[in-house]
Write a protein that binds this ligand. Structure first.
Ligand code: SF4
Length: 355
């Protein structure tokens, strides 16, 4: 057994994270749900969502049968909404094509919607004891430091080579319980010890043979040279408010930014926003402070332009929501925050007055 593997397993059992709500289960539904939620998201943010999701959808079948709008509403605030749409789609595929059973190998798991290689590895290792290494950003950081791996991980061949090194560290006779502790140990090490900034090397179980530590080059790894090309777009959002305070929301298209969520209607430009809707109660709108909102590859400047309209104002294809009540809709995080700040209440579930 490699020293690295043995050290990580022993350290996880002694000092790793225990008692997280998704730990200790070999149920692929629960493991899959937690792994998807934990992508790009802190454990502290995921806990409450995970438990709420399981309360509402205790089984894969329950999730598959739910309307997408309900799934998106429960995901609202967790961000990266493509995850929720894939999650729902994946549940439907599993129920329709595999009698609600997850495949048992990482290779087959990767064929499902929204399950990438590292997530597939985590499910296969945790639930079925497959000898396969996870390789998310945290694990790339740990291993690239430990090996002083100086190739650019933004390039697929280099990432593949690092994964091959990771695979070689797993002994051929690793048992299912060892694979569970090892997989969790890698996650814990990356999240709590080998952190992006200020790694806590004195507490690291693999410090002794760590190349980056020995060479005093912690900041040199991981190497990732890809520069994201970001562009910024201005979006003009029409906020319609009735005298009873209700606001108008419409579903976003099924692809693109905020797909599957509800939002204020998006207008092509400032001129359109300034013209206002028919039957507006005021001569001019309220031009709110723009909100900067960063997505992975682009930045948005959200200009919210608010018009007061009559109670009888006619629109179709959306709904009037009570900003101080519960909202049964998924909203993009910046709009959810904006509404919450103005209502004094977090928007949650139900409270539609028409669609
Ligand atoms: S010794 Fe430090 S740099 Fe090396 S793996 Fe451990 S925490 Fe990371």
């Amino acid at each position: 057994m490699s020293d690295f593997f043995r050290s990580v397993v022993g350290w996880q059992i002694q000092s790793g994270r225990h008692g997280l709500p998704w730990q200790g289960s070999h149920d692929p539904y629960r493991v899959w749900l937690s792994e998807i939620m934990l992508q790009q998201t802190q454990v502290s943010a995921v806990r409450a969502y995970y438990e709420r999701f399981l309360d509402r959808f205790p089984t894969l079948e329950a999730l598959a049968a739910a309307p997408e709008q309900v799934v998106m509403a429960l995901w609202s605030g967790l961000g990266y909404y493509r995850r929720a749409r894939h999650l729902h789609r994946c549940a439907q595929v599993l129920v329709a094509q595999r009698h609600g059973q997850f495949p048992r190998t990482s290779e087959e798991l990767q064929q499902l919607p929204g399950i990438g290689p590292s997530t597939a590895a985590a499910i296969a290792a945790f639930c079925f004891g497959e000898r396969i290494s996870i390789m998310d950003g945290n694990v790339q950081r740990v291993l690239s430091r430990w090996l002083a791996f100086d190739r650019d991980l933004a390039q697929a061949p280099a990432a593949k080579t690092l994964w091959a090194h990771a695979q070689a560290l797993i002994p051929k006779d690793a048992s299912h319980p060892q694979m569970v502790a090892y997989t969790q140990g890698l996650m814990d090490l990356g999240a709590t010890v080998c952190r992006r900034t200020k790694p806590h090397c004195v507490a690291c179980p693999v410090q002794h043979p760590c190349q980056a530590f020995n060479q005093g080059r912690l900041a040199d790894f991981p190497v990732k040279r890809r520069v994201l090309k970001r562009r910024t777009e201005a979006w003009w959002l029409l906020v319609l408010r009735r005298p009873d305070g209700r606001l108008w929301l419409e579903p976003r298209p099924s692809t693109g930014i905020w797909a599957g969520l509800h939002a204020f209607p998006v207008l092509p430009d400032a001129d359109q926003a300034g013209m206002g809707p028919e039957g507006a109660l005021a001569q001019a709108p309220i031009w709110h402070e723009p909100i900067a909102h960063d997505l992975t590859h682009r930045g948005l400047q959200l200009h919210l332009v608010e018009w007061s309209v009559a109670m009888q104002h006619e629109r179709s294809g959306g709904c009037w929501i009570d900003p101080a009540g519960d909202i049964g809709l998924g909203l993009p995080a910046p709009l959810r925050r904006w509404i919450r700040q103005r209502s004094g209440h977090p928007p949650k579930a139900s409270g539609l007055s028409g669609a």
